[in-house]
Design a binder for this molecule. Structure first.
Ligand code: GDP
Ligand code: MN
Length: 434
């Protein structure tokens, strides 16, 4: 058992992360931003590998990073027909467009040479779909899989649902398409099966879902079996969501997962090391990755005031109060608990590397954090980085007096604020003056 202090720090960290995640995402979308991902995400090919290891039926496939590899993979598959799929984390690839001019992130062909030609127009180009930012997402890999005929496309997902306090299986016989559209236009075609996490999935529950999805005869048992296997996978890998769209059937009578999207519970990282090691960070904003290297949490927004805070609550309050005073936050950098001076320096470096930033607001409440360490970090960063933008600092809590002295005696143009409101007003004013 760790010391009580270490335990408290750890518990605080968990609470903060849980609280920060949905709330800051809400802020981000409020601010007109697309949700960018700071959490573990796997590409389709990685999710399908996990699925096949757990007895879930997926097509045979290879992954390729160059057009030539794609061509070779297509030959090696030796399939009647091949499906080539761009690997990005967003959905809607089928109807997406590349900036190479190619239409469609999913292509079917019988000719391996065509796979090579298509892959050439995919790899290295951006694919824009309904779920990506306008400029799209760069494709680094493609999946080359054995195509199967599809006679029917259904939708299946398993997710942790707050209102059910546990897992729920959601399905619709109307799959393949945008499920939000189905939910809006024909809600009666969305079926839900809450699962008691202690009792696990029951045969009759899997059967009922298979039936609701429209699987008939022997296909019903097969679909139920696949649903159970997907549920076991969901639990075993600490997923928060497993989505299969389409969950399809072939004319030959097989139930197959044609697509896969898995989300994970990041608090389970400690026991899912192998999975987390597969994390594809290539689609993260570089600055978010850089922040993560120093154990800092960075969230980009679209205003011009950088916010340097500790804790989710304070981040939200800081955001609100900047808005209330007519300003807009450019980003958040959450320092967290056991801060070191070097982290403060790195944090400043990151914040000022964003060209949108016209002022920095530091709002730290020193509970676990020692304000003097922050103050030393700030003065050091100001000197070494030759800070060009106005800096407003509000510190409160442990060792605050010493911290104020450090700032005052530094001779640097740092504006002190007495409280949060004062800090926000001063930061907004410093930007307005420019
Ligand atoms: P998404 O557009 O990003 O959701 O990508 P999907 O993997 O779901 O592929 C889009 C669509 O392509 C699916 O809904 C299917 O209709 C079709 N598709 C994907 N794989 C195959 C396949 O092996 N055979 C056939 N016939 N169609 C496929
Ligand atoms: Mn899909």
């Amino acid at each position: 058992m760790a010391s009580p202090v270490a335990f408290a720090v750890q518990a605080g960290k968990l609470l903060r992360e849980q609280a920060l995640r949905p709330r800051l995402l809400a802020v981000r979308s409020q601010a007109g931003h697309l949700t960018s991902r700071r959490w573990l995400n796997l590409q389709e090919y990685q999710s399908k590998k996990l699925m096949s290891e757990h007895g879930v039926r997926v097509q045979r496939f290879f992954v390729a990073s160059t057009a030539n590899e794609a061509l070779e993979a297509a030959k090696r598959l030796n399939a009647k027909e091949i499906v080539l799929k761009a690997q990005i984390l967003a959905g809607g690839r089928g109807k997406g467009v590349f900036n190479s001019g190619l239409k469609g992130g999913v292509h079917l062909t019988k000719d391996p040479n065509v796979v090579g030609q298509l892959a050439k127009q995919m790899i290295g180009y951006n694919l824009t779909t309904k779920q990506t930012p306008k400029e799209g997402v760069k494709v680094n890999k493609v999946m080359v899989a054995e195509a199967l005929n599809i006679s029917r496309e259904t939708y299946l997902a398993i997710l942790m649902d707050r209102s059910h306090n546990g897992p729920v299986i959601v399905g619709s016989p109307q799959g393949g398409v945008d499920i939000e559209e189905v939910a809006a236009s024909s809600p009666e075609l969305i079926f839900k099966e809450p699962i008691d996490i202690f009792e696990g999935i029951k045969d009759n529950q899997a059967q009922r879902m298979a039936e609701n999805l429209g699987f008939l005869g022997p296909l019903k048992n097969q679909a139920a079996d696949q649903i159970k296997k997907l549920y076991h996978l969901f639990l075993k890998i600490d997923a928060t969501q497993v989505e299969v769209n389409p969950f399809g059937e072939t004319p030959e009578g097989q139930v197959v997962c044609f697509d896969a999207k898995i989300n994970f519970d990041d608090n389970a990282e400690f026991r899912q090391k192998d999975i987390f090691a597969m994390d594809d960070k290539s689609e993260n904003e570089p600055i978010e990755n850089e922040a993560a290297r120093y154990d800092l949490k960075y969230i980009g927004l679209d205003g011009n005031i950088a916010c340097f805070v500790n804790g989710a609550g304070l981040a939200m309050a800081t955001c609100d109060i900047i808005f209330l005073n007519g300003g807009k936050p450019a980003n958040f950098l959450d320092l967290g608990g056991g801060v070191k001076e070097a982290q403060v320096y790195q944090a400043f470096k990151l914040l000022t590397s964003d060209p949108k930033v016209e002022a920095i607001l530091v709002n730290i409440f020193g509970g676990i954090v020692n304000c003097a360490i922050i103050a030393n970090g700030i003065t050091k960063a100001c000197r070494e980085l030759e800070l060009k933008v106005p800096l407003v600092v509000r510190l409160e809590g442990t060792n605050v007096q010493e911290a104020q002295n450090i700032l005052k005696n530094s001779g640097l143009p740092i504006t002190s604020a007495v409280d949060l409101e004062d800090a926000a007003k001063k930061a907004v004013a410093s930007v307005a003056k420019k």
